[in-house]
Ligand binder design. Structure first.
Ligand code: GLY
Length: 374
């Protein structure tokens, strides 16, 4: 079998981002993916680059997400020039509408502390919501409490980003082994010596585990307990036949993400502990109800598809990234929860740099597995 510099388990946005930055640096990379690229959570992600809208307070994770958002536009340009794929990175902004007084208070507090950090955001009174999003004109009164407008939030097409990262990696000699199950790691002392697959053992100098919700199963034999489980998310892909939204509109219960080609993504449920990655009538029904409540216009959208993915989540909902505690040449990159697409490129760049230089970045230091040590 092949011998690689780095073997990465998982062909989602995290695995392919790491592969891309390693391949750029001249490393011989192999990615093992049990289904096809972006078959897991990355393929279902709405692709919002939302650092501000969900941040309740400032902390190292918030800093990471703001930095993560900034990686996307230059990367999209690089990928377009490199492999000719447009990942549709667009700064459309996000309008977070408040339906209750308590949401209004929380969002205004968010705007205040973010403004003190130099981040843009603006409060919009209910009667002016229609100026920000014309489709809210006339219905905004029902929303009562106004909205927070975050002009620098952006979006990208998640599955296409994965394809572009993979294509750019392959162009530099990386190999994408789709349909290849990783069964586990072989070790000798404190080192991993191979990834076992049904077709044999793949050897590399360094290994990365980026297998989303399946990551814990692959390292249990090594004595590593990864506290990662699924938070299932269901979405519906819809199509606007004439007019569409100007930006992402987000309420407490759903979000609507307009694409350039008229597609609108309606998301997403959050179902803790559910490993069944199939959409359900109840899930899609709840999203439809929330969308119609937010925006009656949504009733005319054509339903094109329903999807579900399993977001990998740690108990604190922060990623687990860095060197595995008991294996010198194994790195972990999982548990990105709702932020895989947002943080993929930054995680890829910083982790590739850690692998190559041996020095962990200050930004990723708070997100090691060690934080769960007793
Ligand atoms: N990033 C949005 C979601 O996971 O639903």
């Amino acid at each position: 079998m092949i011998h690689a510099d780095v073997a990465i388990v998982g062909g989602g946005v995290i695995g392919c981002s790491i592969a891309y930055y390693l391949a750029l640096a001249g490393q011989k990379v192999v990615v093992l993916e049990r289904e096809h690229l972006a078959a897991g959570a990355s393929g279902v992600a709405a692709g919002m680059l939302a650092a501000q809208v969900e941040a309740p307070f400032t902390n190292p994770f918030f800093d990471l997400t703001v930095q993560g958002r900034a990686e996307h536009a230059p990367l999209a340009e690089q990928l377009r020039a490199d492999v000719g794929l447009d990942v549709e990175c667009r700064t459309t902004g996000i309008l977070r509408v408040a339906s209750t007084e308590s949401e209004r208070v929380d969002l205004q507090r968010t705007l205040k502390w973010q403004s003190a950090r130099g981040l843009r955001g603006e409060w919009i009174e209910p009667q002016h919501l229609g100026e920000c999003e014309p489709l809210l004109a006339g219905v905004a009164g029902r929303l009562l409490a106004g909205g927070a407008w975050f002009p620098d939030e952006a979006q990208v097409r998640g599955p296409r980003l994965v394809q572009a990262l993979a294509a750019a990696s392959v162009k530099r000699g990386a190999r994408m082994l789709e349909g290849t199950w990783a069964l586990g790691f072989s070790t000798a002392g404190e080192r991993v010596t191979g990834v076992r697959t049904p077709a044999g053992t793949l050897e590399a100098d360094t290994y990365v585990l980026a297998a989303g919700v399946w990551s814990p199963d692959l390292v249990r034999d090594l004595g590593l307990e990864l506290p990662v489980g699924p938070v299932k998310g269901q979405i519906a892909t819809l199509r606007a036949l004439n007019q569409t939204l100007r930006q992402v509109v987000w309420s407490g219960d759903c979000y609507l993400v307009p694409r350039v080609d008229g597609q609108v993504v309606l998301g997403a449920t959050q179902e803790d502990g559910n490993y069944d990655a199939r959409p359900t009538l109840a899930g899609i029904g709840a999203l439809s109800e929330a969308a119609l409540e937010l925006l009656p216009w949504a009733g005319q959208l054509v339903l094109e598809g329903v999807w579900a993915g399993l977001r990998p989540a740690a108990p604190d909902r922060y990623p687990i990234v860095g060197r595995a505690p008991n294996c010198r040449n194994l790195f972990l990159a999982t548990a990105h929860f709702r932020n895989g697409v947002l943080l993929g490129p930054l995680t890829g760049r910083l982790l590739a740099n850690h692998i190559l230089s041996g020095t962990e970045s200050a930004e990723l230091r708070p997100f090691g597995l060690a934080r769960f040590a007793p």
